[in-house]
Each structure stands twice: as structure tokens, then as C-alpha cells.
Write a protein that binds this ligand. Structure first.
Ligand code: SF4
Length: 214
């Protein structure tokens, strides 16, 4: 059973790879801390809006010290359009302060350390580890992965931690980072929350949800 599931997942990964390999990472950043900031801002916020917010933010705040010393009210104004701006501002500034105080101003490179930063859970840490450091300690589970992993029957859970455990069991480690990225790309373009475009989906021949609707 597990073997079959592994073969099924591998087919999914290969198909997604063919379709989304050339897709550019949608969020703009020019260093690892900016990536962390952008990923924190991306919670419940579209990529285009994140990029529009960070365009000015990254001009005003250049180094981690600038974030650590930021005036929270001024900072909030810069990120207001990203939503949940009070929490996000607090988390970003406190993360910068913790990095300055505990990690000599250098963004840590392990899951264990990253999830100690305010506002950073496993999803954000997994993205930062894979995109910034090319490391895979897990699989980033965001809303697209939660939804589509269920549609593909790779899990029966809605809890991101449990979904990550289910996926790790069947996806070879070398695909962990790309799997999330491909599924996010699929979720944004084709398998959308309010509009599952089964007929144009590259997975429709094998997806247990889609194949009955083509
Ligand atoms: S076939 Fe349909 S449900 Fe399955 S992944 Fe594609 S769009 Fe989503």
C-alpha cells in the first residue's frame, strides 16, 4: 500500500516538475532576512501585494539592525496593506531583535532555531530553509498544500503538522522543497480554492478528485 502510494506521489511530483520547473519564485527579496520578512508578510496576503509592500519597505529598512531598531508605528504604516499588520510588524521587529541578540545578527539555518523566532512556524521555516539555504528539514504546508494534498488523497488531515508528517512518509527528501512550491503554483493557477480547473489540470488523469469530472 505504502509502496503504491509512493509510486503515485512520484508520478505527481514528476508531472508537476514538468509543468512548473521553470516557474520563478514569486516573492521578491535580495537577502535571506528579506526572504524571512516577505514570507512572514505573505500570510493571508497575495504575492503581488507582498511584492508591492516590500518594494518600499526594503528601501527604508536595509539591514537587520534597521528592523531591530524600527519604530513600530512607522513600520506598521509600511506594511499596512499586507493585512494583520500589527502582528506582522511586531513579529518581524522582534525576530530581528532576537537575531541581533542571540545569533550575532545572522539568520540561523536550522529548523530548531528558526521556529523560536516570533511569527515563524514550521511552514515559514521550511520555506526559508529551502529557498535561502537549500536545506530540507520538512515540507512547507500552506493553505494550498492543505487543500490540494486532501484533493489528491495524500492525507485525510487538515492539521498542517499532521499533513507534513503524512507527506514526509511518501515523498523522497530530494523533492520536499519543490513539492510545496509546485503545489502552490498549481493552487494559484489551476487548482484554485473556488475554481478547480480539472479539465486543464496536468494531474487530472491521476487525481482521484479530478478524474471523475473531466
Ligand atoms: S484534477 Fe482537479 S482537484 Fe485534482 S489537482 Fe487538478 S484541479 Fe485539483
Amino acid at each position: 500500500m505504502v509502496k503504491n502510494k509512493k509510486e503515485y506521489v512520484l508520478r505527481i511530483v514528476k508531472i508537476l516538475e514538468r509543468n512548473f520547473e521553470q516557474t520563478k519564485y514569486p516573492i521578491n527579496f535580495s537577502n535571506n532576512f528579506e526572504l524571512l520578512v516577505a514570507v512572514i508578510l505573505s500570510a493571508q496576503c497575495r504575492d503581488e501585494m507582498v511584492n508591492s509592500v516590500t518594494e518600499n519597505l526594503f528601501k527604508r529598512y536595509k539591514k537587520i539592525e534597521d528592523y531591530a531598531n524600527a519604530n513600530i508605528f512607522e513600520f506598521e504604516n509600511y506594511i499596512r496593506s499586507a493585512g494583520f499588520f500589527r502582528n506582522k510588524a511586531k513579529n518581524i521587529i522582534r525576530s530581528a531583535q532576537l537575531i541581533m541578540n542571540s545569533y550575532n545578527g545572522v539568520l540561523p539555518q536550522t529548523m530548531e532555531e528558526l521556529i523560536k523566532l516570533p511569527g515563524v512556524a514550521r511552514k515559514t521555516a521550511n520555506i526559508v530553509l529551502s529557498v535561502a539555504f537549500n536545506k530540507s528539514e520538512g515540507i512547507a504546508v500552506d493553505t494550498h498544500v492543505i487543500r490540494i494534498a486532501n484533493l489528491l488523497k495524500l492525507t485525510k488531515c487538515k492539521n498542517p503538522i499532521k499533513i507534513e508528517e503524512d507527506l514526509i512518509k511518501v515523498i523522497p527528501k530530494k523533492y520536499w522543497a519543490n513539492f510545496s512550491f509546485y503545489i502552490q503554483s498549481l493552487g494559484k493557477r489551476i487548482c484554485k480554492a473556488r475554481n478547480l480547473n480539472h479539465s486543464v489540470c496536468p494531474l487530472n488523469a491521476i487525481c482521484p478528485t479530478g478524474r471523475h469530472h473531466v
